[in-house]
Design a protein around this ligand. Structure first.
Ligand code: HEM
Length: 449
């Protein structure tokens, strides 16, 4: 049995048909050959896009000369009303400064401090799930709930039930519904100068979310000054001075960063957990193994995480098959030559974890679910060169270590208490929205274990 994969389109279709498919979903709009190609060129009237799968070329863009391939404005513009000048969107010196201030809060050792908040969120998720025993539910709203809870607890020491936290969470749902797939504008053949219109409700939700986050951030700034702030991620980031200039973030700058922590931190983990649970229902023998291992989770001490080896392998394999960020886009700042082809300045370079991690020439059994694949030399080699759910190089996800603790922990906690089973509903169909979600929900039956 192969985990769900959207049907690719035929290799040749008209531009009109491509655009129509694109509006439905970016994944099924792509041709089958991208699972075999090292590079593919998309010519549009106004610019060119190159999807790059060859490991050496991906390395060049992300690690070799990352400063020559900044984030593309085409992609950023859809997110700007919500994210302002956050670290996810900036480039060059501004981005470097922001990472110098943010990175220390996410360093390995700090995860230990963050862990009790993750543990509390996982326990709350178990309690909520208890109310669904005997029911068939869409699992995605549940995983979004727990992932948002983790972010508020670790960042601001408040649970999702906190008034502002729950307002941000709900408003965010509205934002996602109204936000078109502008973040993938790198494929859409519109000229740069053409004004993009945000729908009024998108702008309204972005404004409201930012007002709420501003309130939390301003209150925290006051608490830091008064010496009463809790020692959480927000306090760490807001009190860390840039080692080069000695400056800390202003409240306004921090609002932009909080917006991206919330967006990048909860949407992605929610997507990964949703697919992981579906895979567990599809492969009950793996579900039982994770559940047995989860017995080690008893006290909430950070050391227990190291026993969640199977859970981590399962979560890692879920991130390979269903990368929450299925594609990333960069722009060339000078003419380049890729695989003997001239790539003009201003081209869009698309890096696709979705395609690379299912590439037929790089992976054995690319569409199959095999959490043990890293136990073979071949599997390890593919993981080293063709696995990038968190991106790579200096712009690698700041939250990668955080997510690799949070994901396996929540997966294990849920499977320790519950069994998730397939139902008669149609299998979920992966579609790329802001993150990789299911077009039709992920319906599972919940049983007490
Ligand atoms: C399974 C969970 C996650 C996945 C798969 C994931 C994936 C990614 C990817 C692929 C990028 C690079 C995007 C690009 O270059 O276009 C990224 C960037 C980022 N992520 Fe994550 N992420 C996850 C969780 C988190 C968490 C929990 C946080 C914070 C609490 C976080 C914060 C960020 C930030 C701030 C960036 C921007 C980094 C930069 O541009 O310098 N992410 N993430």
């Amino acid at each position: 049995m192969i985990p769900p994969k959207p049907a690719a389109r035929q290799d040749k279709v008209s531009l009109w048909r491509y655009l129509k498919l694109f509006r439905q979903d970016i994944l099924s709009a792509q041709p089958q050959r991208l699972y075999r190609a090292w590079m593919a060129e998309f010519k549009t009237a106004f610019f060119r896009s190159y999807l790059v799968n060859q490991p050496e070329l991906v390395d060049l863009v992300l690690k070799g000369r990352p400063m020559d391939f900044p984030k593309s404005d085409r992609v950023s513009e859809g997110l700007r009303p919500l994210l302002g000048r956050s670290v996810f969107l900036t480039n060059g010196a501004e981005w470097e400064r922001q990472r110098r201030i943010i990175d220390p809060a996410f360093e390995g050792g700090r995860l230990r401090d963050t862990y009790p908040a993750m543990w509390a969120a996982a326990q709350a998720a178990v309690q909520r799930m208890d109310g669904h025993v005997g029911q068939v539910i869409d699992i995605e709203p549940e995983t979004s709930h727990v992932a948002a809870d983790v972010i508020f607890r670790t960042l601001f020491t408040i649970p999702i039930e906190h008034e502002i936290a729950s307002q941000v969470f709900h408003e965010f749902r509205a934002y996602q519904r109204s936000q078109p797939i502008l973040n993938l504008a790198a494929f859409i053949p519109l000229p740069k100068w053409m004004p993009r219109f945000f729908r009024k409700d998108t702008k309204d939700s972005a404004r409201l979310i930012r007002r709420l986050i501003t309130q939390l951030t301003a209150e925290r700034m006051d608490a830091i000054r008064a010496g009463t702030a809790p020692d959480d991620l927000a306090t760490k980031i807001m009190t860390t001075a840039d080692p080069e200039t000695g400056e800390t973030f202003t409240t306004e700058e921090m609002v932009d960063q909080v917006a991206i922590f919330f967006l990048a931190g909860h949407e992605t983990s929610a997507s990964a957990l949703g697919w992981s649970l579906y895979l567990m229902a599809l492969y009950p023998e793996w579900q039982d193994k994770v559940a047995a291992e989860a017995e080690a989770l008893k006290t909430g001490d950070f050391s227990e995480v190291s026993s969640l080896k199977i859970s981590r392998d399962v979560f890692r394999e879920a991130l390979r098959l269903y990368p929450p960020v299925p594609m990333m886009v960069r722009e060339t700042t000078q003419p380049e030559c890729f695989r003997d082809r001239k790539v003009p300045k201003g081209s869009q370079i698309v890096l696709s974890p979705w395609h690379q991690q299912r590439h037929e020439r790089l992976w054995d059994n690319p569409d199959g679910f095999d959490p043990d694949r890293t136990k073979t030399e071949e599997g390890r080699a593919a993981s080293r060169c063709a696995y990038m759910p968190f991106s790579a190089g200096p712009r690698v996800c700041t939250g990668a270590g955080f997510a690799m603790v949070e994901g396996p922990l929540i997966l294990s906690m849920l499977l320790k208490h519950f069994r998730f089973k397939l139902t008669d509903s149609a299998p979920p169909i992966p579609v790329a929205h802001l993150t990789l979600r299911s077009a039709n929900g992920i319906y599972l039956e919940v049983e007490r274990r």
